[in-house]
Design a protein around this ligand. Structure first.
Ligand SMILES: Cc1cc2nc3c(=O)[nH]c(=O)nc-3n(C[C@H](O)[C@H](O)[C@H](O)COP(=O)(O)OP(=O)(O)OC[C@H]3O[C@@H](n4cnc5c(N)ncnc54)[C@H](O)[C@@H]3O)c2cc1C
Length: 598
């Protein structure tokens, strides 16, 4: 279990008080610290939970870590690469009937055309330790064991949990990174708009070595269709040899009650899914939790901001929670620094809510949609409702590539709602499980039912390949939800993330994203662009980089055309690597920035 090293003494004042020392609070602190904004992180507990939650770290998150100049190579070594975690499996038991498998996100070499930092897997506690170590090394003030209680006139009351003593700390801003049950959000009466009723869930953290049992079935995620669990369950494998989390819905045999789960009872479920009774291991923890789909009605109240799970909560189907939170923190940090540096009016901070909240709605809807799509596979293997699926299979052919069968923009929560009430009663008997296995085996050999299962599997692809959600969001533009999440096409439009291309600077091979200096706007021009000199008052906030002398592009024509860069146009990029405008003169540059930073 990761433990925090020390309790820093609480200062009496800081510019930004961050409530919550989870992954998002730590990232927020590192981003502010890089921009020389002094901040203090309060963390209620002296230790974080050892059981991993997140594992999927997407390219945009690692690009943000890269801009933070964190050692992303070291982080990758703490996790698992594509050899071990490149697939998602759909099974009856780990060593039993296989329904199919799918690639897990874009971990192939071709993706390097689109991002310098491909997707990978790392257990959340390892990620948090890495962030925490770096925050401490960079001098961020981490105050562990302090609970935020309230705030009035810019002064927060904070309780030291060990001594039960209350302290006061004054701050210009408060950032709530205190998770989905955020105290800060409740104290501001900001509603957490429920997009679907919560479902009762149970996780089991265990340390079995499943390497031999899995054989060639190596992967990051194993979805199980087996009567021992309600509907289906997933094992997230952080290390094949030692670290797994089973996530199951509560229902028959799985009450919403951690105290029910002795080692024996937990193992009786896990073993049935693994298909063995012989493995020696320990169940390290069980945790009951609510899976919800919520987005806060606003992300800002005066000088207080909601970031990460405090602002939104998604089902884990899609691996978007932590990743969305990191991008929230990135969006907010440079805006606060710009206001504090005197380059923008405080009203500019409203753009944080305007830009980030729509992204959370999109990601919440997609996460819930992914969950519903797995319901189709579950229906197929349980032979509950094969009629509509069969019709659809006939109509679309069994190789349909997207999940057009349900509407993503509307979350009705029906499948989540189905599980709200825990069912009591004993676990299914061995005979029941065996007869289900026989049934699946029959379905897998019978051509019609096999076609349905194959089609239902195809409908899951988008769940595990969502590059467009990860890299393709455009600030100020609603995403077209009919578009497949896998279809990321680099775009030079205003609000989009600057497209990646490989560049050379001296002997170094870098990315166009590396051209963007933290905290400064970047004006990309060509050697022959005629714009005039940057006005003195903008020299501090705008960095000019010249294609052809400061850097060279490997594939010049493609990137230059995409960004419409020529001798009369410069490309203005925000400090967070999103495109702000194209400018044709220094007057234009002045006008664009003035209008934007108001
Ligand atoms: C099973 C599962 C799998 C997941 N997989 C993924 C995945 O693959 N990819 C992904 O992107 N996301 C995933 N997620 C979601 C991810 O875990 C969360 O989005 C992430 O933990 C949110 O981080 P956070 O820092 O916002 O909040 P939290 O992790 O909840 O941290 C909040 C912190 O604030 C502290 N705190 C709370 N109240 C106070 C207070 N009053 N004073 C001081 N401190 C306080 C808490 O102690 C805690 O340390 C998964 C979630 C689950 C449940």
């Amino acid at each position: 279990m990761p433990s925090f090293e020390s309790v820093t003494n609480l200062p009496s004042e800081c510019s930004v008080l961050i409530c919550g020392g989870g992954p998002i609070g730590l990232t927020q602190a590192l981003l502010l610290n890089q921009l020389n904004i002094d901040c203090v992180v309060l963390e209620k507990y002296p230790t974080r939970l050892g059981a991993p939650k997140a594992h999927a770290v997407n390219p945009r998150t690692i690009e943000i870590f890269r801009q933070l100049k964190l050692d992303t190579e070291r982080l990758r070594r703490l996790g698992t690469g594509r050899d071990e975690a490149g697939l998602v499996w759909f099974l009856n038991t780990l060593n039993g009937t296989r329904l199919g498998s799918l690639p897990y996100e874009r971990q192939d070499d071709a993706v390097l055309e689109l991002t310098p930092e491909p997707f990978f897997n790392v257990a959340q506690p390892e990620l948090e330790d890495w962030l925490r170590t770096e925050a401490r090394r960079r001098g961020v003030q981490l105050c562990d064991g302090y609970e935020w209680l309230s705030r009035s006139d810019g002064v927060s009351t904070v309780r030291e949990r060990k001594t039960k003593q209350d302290h006061q700390i004054k701050s210009k801003y408060l950032i709530a990174c205190d998770g989905s049950r955020s105290n800060v959000r409740s104290s501001l009466d900001i509603p957490f708009d429920e997009k679907a009723p919560p479902a009762e869930m149970m996780t089991f953290h265990f340390n079995a070595d499943i390497t031999k049992l899995a054989g060639h079935r190596r992967g990051a995620l194993y979805f199980f269709f087996n009567p021992i669990v309600k509907d289906y369950a997933v094992i997230v494998t952080h290390q094949l040899a030692s670290n797994h989390v089973l996530v199951a819905k509560c229902g028959r045999g799985i009450p919403f009650d951690e105290s029910y789960f002795t080692q024996e009872r937990s193992k009786s479920i896990i073993n049935r899914l693994l298909g063995t009774k012989d493995l020696q291991y320990d169940v390290l923890a069980t945790k009951a939790w609510y899976m919800s789909v919520n987005v806060a009605r606003t992300y800002q109240a005066d000088d207080t901001f909601l970031v990460g799970d405090a602002a939104h909560a998604f089902p884990p189907t899609g691996g978007l929670g932590l990743n969305t939170g990191v991008a929230d923190a990135h969006n907010l940090a440079w805006k606060i620094a710009t206001v504090e540096g005197g380059f923008a009016e405080p009203s500019f901070l409203k753009t944080y809510d305007a830009e980030r909240r729509p992204i959370a709605h999109t990601n919440a809807d997609q996460s819930a949609h992914n969950r519903r799509q797995i319901g189709l596979l579950q229906d197929a293997v349980k032979a509950h409702d094969l009629g509509p699926l069969l019709e659809e299979t006939k109509a679309n052919g069994s190789t349909a590539q997207n999940g057009a069968s349900s509407n993503k923009s509307h979350v009705d929560g029906s499948d989540i709602n189905k599980t709200k009430q825990s069912q009591s009663g004993p676990s299914p008997s061995e005979e029941e499980c065996d007869s289900f296995t026989d049934q699946i085996n029959k379905l897998m050999v019978e051509p019609d039912s096999r076609a349905i299962i194959d089609h239902a599997l195809e409908l899951q692809r988008e769940h595990f390949d969502s590059l467009d959600l990860q890299l393709g969001y455009v600030y100020g533009k609603q995403r077209d939800t009919s578009r497949n999440c896998a279809d990321y096409v680099p775009s030079g439009e205003v609000g989009a993330r600057l497209p990646h291309a490989i560049i050379d600077i001296g002997a170094s091979e870098l990315s166009t994203l590396d051209l963007v200096t933290p905290g400064r706007f970047t004006l990309v021009v060509t050697k022959d662009t005629v714009l005039g000199n940057t006005p003195p008052e903008l020299v501090k906030s705008v960095n000019r980089v010249i294609l052809g002398s400061d850097f060279t592009l490997r594939n010049q024509a493609f990137w230059q055309t995409l960004n419409k860069l020529d001798r009369s146009v410069g490309l203005l990029v925000r400090p967070d690597q999103h495109i702000l405008a194209r400018v044709s003169s220094v007057e234009d540059l002045q006008g664009v920035l003035k209008a934007y930073l108001q």
